[in-house]
Design a protein around this ligand. Structure first.
Ligand code: 5RP
Length: 220
């Protein structure tokens, strides 16, 4: 990653601080952009009640900053969820899961009132799918799911050296021609053995904070 892209990620992450309401619990995603957000959130840690986290990696970083991490099952009210994306389109539909945390990310996104996506402008695309779609799969179903994905027109590749926080494997699906992201999201979820897929189309972001050379663009 270039220094510039890294700097843009930091700017997008810091812009998300404006959406933090005092005395609330914050939903926290996963990835290098979110790592900047966690570092920025540490400056507000005395104003918030704590965080729910989408991965063991984010949990460790939050705790290292002294931010309390709560279990999602104990949290009924989650005003905002802040997370990055691998791709985002003009309708704020996303591809996520490059970091392998897609399932917990999608669960927290479902609970949150508002999903705020923080990205540098290299993540903005006209059409989703150049980035391979991650699919989290129960290990014993891997070959079956891969065969079913081929029938849907994708080329699945087993991500090596990764077991998810939930003990599963990931197939990265290349070459999907994604005309209707919501439909494909549902089709992938319909394959037995799939836990989640990285298309966040049915529940996309509510706000995108996109960092570019001219500053932060807020898209709703
Ligand atoms: C992790 C994700 C991340 O949000 C996505 O991969 C973007 O990561 P980064 O901020 O490092 O570019 O979905 O599962």
């Amino acid at each position: 990653m270039s220094r510039t892209q890294d700097e843009l990620k930091r700017q997008a992450a810091e812009a998300a601080l404006d959406f933090i309401e005092p005395n609330t619990i914050i939903g926290v995603g996963t990835g290098s952009t979110v790592n900047y957000f966690i570092d920025a959130l540490a400056t507000r840690k005395h104003d918030i009640e704590g965080a729910v986290s989408s991965s063991e990696a984010s949990t460790a970083r939050l705790k290292a900053h002294g931010i309390e991490v709560l279990e999602l099952n104990h949290v009924a009210d989650l005003p905002v969820y802040i997370d990055g994306a691998d791709e985002i389109d003009a309708h704020l539909r996303m591809v996520k899961g490059g970091g392998g945390a897609l399932t917990r990310e999608k669960i927290i996104a479902a609970v949150a009132d508002k999903f705020i996506c923080i990205v540098d402008n290299s993540k903005v695309v006209g059409r989703l799918g150049a980035f391979p779609i991650p699919v989290e799969v129960i290990p014993m179903a891997r070959s079956y799911v891969a065969r079913e994905i081929v029938k849907l027109g994708g080329d699945p590749v087993w991500r090596q050296g990764i077991t998810t926080d939930n003990g599963n494997v990931i197939l990265d699906v290349h070459n999907f021609d994604i005309v209707d992201p919501v439909q494909l999201e549902q089709q992938l979820n319909g394959i037995v053995g799939v836990v989640t897929n990285g298309l966040f189309a049915k529940r996309g972001a509510d706000i995108a904070l996109i960092a570019g050379s001219n500053g932060i663009e807020k898209v709703t």
